[in-house]
Design a protein around this ligand. Structure first.
Ligand SMILES: Nc1ncnc2c1ncn2[C@@H]1O[C@H](COP(=O)(O)OP(=O)(O)O)[C@@H](O)[C@H]1O
Ligand SMILES: [Mg+2]
Length: 254
């Protein structure tokens, strides 16, 4: 394995439009002084895939939840498109271009695909013309959802259900998408569809922050990699430096 850079000390980076989302020195926990994240920092380049790796329980999902406003950091900053958004409620973060695909699939199985997608338009639910326009954009991106728009979402394959979730977030034109283990529990072929979808999203200009246990897959599509260890940055670097998944596992999970 090539030499990896140790994580640099947290710094106060300057505003840079190439950076779509930055986390600076974040401390977050579920109970008062018990910080799960202890000074995590990262930068996500615009229209790139930044992946966050690390063993089970190091705080990857906690980090995404904190960025999305579900948890309130006790210290640190989250800079979204140049502005500090710590403390901003989630519905406003959505307006500012943030989207989140949680680890647990969240589609409504007994609603149609179209009804699931329309939920993504909740914040502008009275603007029928806009909803229609956004639906057409999602259908143009995912023609299979258009074909099956009246089918119950529960009848879709696991990969297509992920597509519905992503489609639902696209209704609000996100610039940054937080994606937590999108292929957990999916068969290999379906996983590949999901990863291809993430690559397509990136190519259309969306910044992706991908948390994944599937190291091999994540490294195939990522541009930049962060490795966390128990709530702290451990390693980071361009994906080219992370050449062997087996070595990485040994180095980080041992
Ligand atoms: N809702 C919660 N309440 C209390 N502790 C939690 C909660 N969710 C996660 N944790 C704890 O936070 C730590 C990090 O969890 P998580 O962010 O889910 O890790 P990862 O996604 O890296 O596997 C774990 O020790 C976990 O037990
Ligand atoms: Mg997790």
């Amino acid at each position: 394995m090539t030499e990896l850079n140790p994580a640099p000390a947290p710094e106060n980076g300057s505003d840079n439009s190439e950076i779509a989302l930055e986390v600076r020195n974040l401390y977050v926990g579920y109970y008062e002084d018990l910080h799960i994240l202890q000074g995590v920092s990262l930068k996500a380049q615009r229209a790139k895939i930044t992946t966050i790796l690390g063993a089970n329980g190091v705080g990857k999902s906690t980090l995404l939840k904190a960025i999305y406003g579900f948890l309130k950091p006790s210290r640190g900053e989250v800079i979204l498109n140049g502005r500090n958004v710590v403390g901003t409620p989630t519905y406003k973060l959505i307006d500012l271009g943030l989207a989140y695909i949680p680890q647990q699939p969240g589609i409504f199985r007994w609603m149609t695909i179209e009804e699931n997608l329309e939920l993504g338009a909740y914040t502008f639910r009275r603007d029928k013309a806009r909803i229609k326009r956004k639906l057409e954009e999602v259908y143009a991106r995912f023609p299979v959802l258009k074909e099956r728009r009246k089918s119950l979402a529960g009848k879709l394959s696991g990969g297509q259900q992920r597509m519905v979730e992503v489609g639902r977030t696209l209704m609000t034109d996100p610039t940054v998408m937080l994606v937590d283990e999108p292929t957990a529990g999916l068969a290999k072929l379906l996983s590949e569809e999901v990863y291809q979808m993430l690559v397509n999203l990136k190519e259309s200009g969306i910044t992706i922050i991908l948390v994944d246990q599937e190291i091999r897959h994540a490294l195939k599509i990522a541009d930049y990699v962060y490795v966390l260890e128990l709530g702290r940055n451990k390693y980071e670097g361009p994906v080219e430096q992370f050449t062997s998944p087996a070595d990485i596992k040994k180095a980080f999970w041992a």
